[in-house]
Design a protein around this ligand. Structure first.
Ligand SMILES: [Zn+2]
Length: 228
């Protein structure tokens, strides 16, 4: 070791440290939010005038045609539109989109605020940053308890199920729904829906009733959205 001058050792150490830490720190940049597509997708303009579409990390907002889809979009617009934000890049998804945590100019974590407001689900399957995701789970539980945002509905359909449903995988087929049925009961949540409710054909909606009294007598409680 005596043959190695101290400066050389320090330089070697610094370079090694930089290489090790590089992936963790370099992937944050700042830019201006020029579009909000929905509650979990925004476009940020870089310093070099490139528009980068960002999927917000760890959350899944209701689709635009789902209840609270437009509320979620508007919430993000109100907070972030035209703001200069920090884009903390986590990874690139299979569609080539940048997946990131967004920080507003005052340091507020945008992803977190959307969950707090009850306007997106924690996307458990893809939320792997434990320190962040555990906190978001708690915020979501609180939102659920207080029935704020989309949690106003006791039985909201998560967007990942909704997307599957729109591909025809989970809605009850015509053959499963008796023609006389005016109400359906979700055997998992104990909630019942009217025929016009978007939840009427939900996966666990396998009991059917002619009248709301029949549904209530069978132990079901009214859906908060269609209010049967
Ligand atoms: Zn309903």
């Amino acid at each position: 070791m005596s043959s190695l001058p101290l400066t050389k050792i320090i330089r070697w150490f610094s370079i090694t440290l930089a290489i090790v830490l590089l992936p963790a720190f370099v992937w944050a940049w700042t830019g201006k939010v020029v579009n909000v597509a929905d509650g979990d997708t925004i476009t940020v303009l870089t310093d070099t005038k490139d528009q980068v579409r960002i999927r917000l990390y760890g959350i899944d907002a209701p689709e635009s045609r789902q209840p609270f889809g437009s509320k979620s979009t508007q919430f993000v617009r109100d907070l972030a539109a035209l703001q200069t934000v920090k884009v903390d890049v986590r990874h690139t998804d299979r569609y080539g989109r940048t997946v990131a945590v967004i920080f507003l100019p005052d340091g507020t974590n945008l992803n977190e605020e959307i969950v707090r407001a009850g306007l997106a689900w924690v996307y458990t399957q893809f939320c792997k940053d434990h320190s962040m995701c555990a906190k978001w789970d708690q915020l979501q539980a609180t939102a659920k308890q207080s029935r704020i945002g989309l949690w106003h509905d006791p039985d909201p359909i998560p967007p990942w199920e909704w997307r599957r449903g729109n591909r025809g995988a989970f809605q009850q087929p015509d053959s499963a729904v008796p023609s006389w049925a005016q109400f359906s009961g979700n055997t998992s949540s104990g909630v019942f829906h009217t025929r016009s409710c978007e939840h009427f054909r939900c996966k666990n909606c396998t009991e059917f009733f002619r009248t709301r009294v029949d549904a209530i007598n069978a132990g079901f409680r009214p859906c908060g959205r269609c209010r049967p």
